[in-house]
Structures are given as structure tokens and as C-alpha cells.
Ligand binder design. Structure first.
Ligand code: HEM
Length: 122
């Protein structure tokens, strides 16, 4: 019998844990006056579903990301570096809230930081 390694996907509580973190994340974004405007026309159910898929895949979980590319999804939104940093800050706080450990949080943030070039299009 072999032990199954506990990776960041398991540590986050698999899909249920990731869904809770993403719920928490968008509650924080909705409460941030500097960000709400960006999301005014967004389909939030689709967005949450796609972010869950993307995060799960980013931490080695099963399933596929079925949304648009990051460049396409954020095209025309004029997202600034400052807005990007605030969004990552809310994700960090949401992950702390759901009890993720530091190592997992660093791993998630590192994976997403690499998407800045595609998302920030001032
Ligand atoms: C690493 C950071 C980010 C990730 C991983 C991310 C991820 C995503 C994903 C997966 C989607 C859905 C794409 C689809 O449904 O096809 C999306 C859409 C969207 N994102 Fe981001 N995002 C990030 C940063 C940001 C920032 C900084 C903002 C604004 C300040 C933002 C605003 C939006 C909006 C408004 C949509 C919806 C667009 C629409 O439905 O028309 N995102 N994002």
C-alpha cells in the first residue's frame, strides 16, 4: 500500500475547500470600492466557476479549466497593476480565512503572479 502524498490541492480541501475560498475571495472583492466597478458587468456565477477550475488545476487538482485565456477574459477591462495587487491581496486573505497553510498560499500566489502580464492591460 502506498501513501498518497498530500499536495496543495488536498491541503486546500479539494474542490469544496477551493469553492469556499473563492466564495470568500469574491465577497472581499465586492466589498472593495476600488474594485467593484471592474466587476459591474461580469457574469459572477460563471466567473466563480472558472476561477475554481483554474485554481484547482494550478494546485495539481483534477479537472480542466474551461474558460477563456487570461488575456482574452481581461481584454478591455483596463486592469492596472495596483488593481491586480489588490485582487491578489484579497485572495491571500481568503486563503488565510479558510485555513490554508503558508506554503500552500505561497504556491497559489506564485502560480497566479505569473499571469500578471496577461491580465494587466492598461
Ligand atoms: C491572477 C489574478 C486573476 C485570475 C487568476 C483571474 C481569473 C479569471 C477567470 C478564470 C475569469 C473567467 C474567464 C471566463 O469566464 O472565460 C476571469 C474573468 C474576469 N476577471 Fe479575472 N482574474 C485575475 C485578476 C483579475 C483582476 C485584477 C481583475 C480586476 C481588477 C479581474 C476582473 C475580471 C472580470 C471583470 C472578469 C469577467 C469578465 C467577463 O465576464 O466579461 N480579474 N478572471
Amino acid at each position: 500500500m502506498s501513501d498518497s502524498p498530500v499536495g496543495p490541492y488536498q491541503e486546500l480541501g479539494r474542490h469544496p475547500g477551493i469553492r469556499r475560498a473563492v466564495q470568500e475571495f469574491y465577497e472581499r472583492i465586492a466589498a472593495d470600492p476600488s474594485l467593484v466597478e471592474y466587476f459591474a458587468d461580469a457574469d459572477m456565477d460563471r466567473l466563480r466557476r472558472h476561477v475554481v477550475e483554474l485554481l484547482a488545476a494550478a494546485v495539481g487538482g483534477p479537472g480542466q479549466y474551461t474558460g477563456r485565456t487570461m488575456a482574452k477574459a481581461h481584454q478591455g477591462l483596463h486592469i492596472t497593476d495596483e488593481a491586480f495587487d489588490r485582487v491578489l491581496g484579497h485572495l491571500n486573505a481568503a486563503l488565510v480565512d479558510v485555513g490554508a497553510d503558508d506554503r500552500t498560499i505561497r504556491e497559489v500566489l506564485r502560480a497566479l503572479s505569473g499571469m500578471r502580464m496577461d491580465i494587466v492591460q492598461e
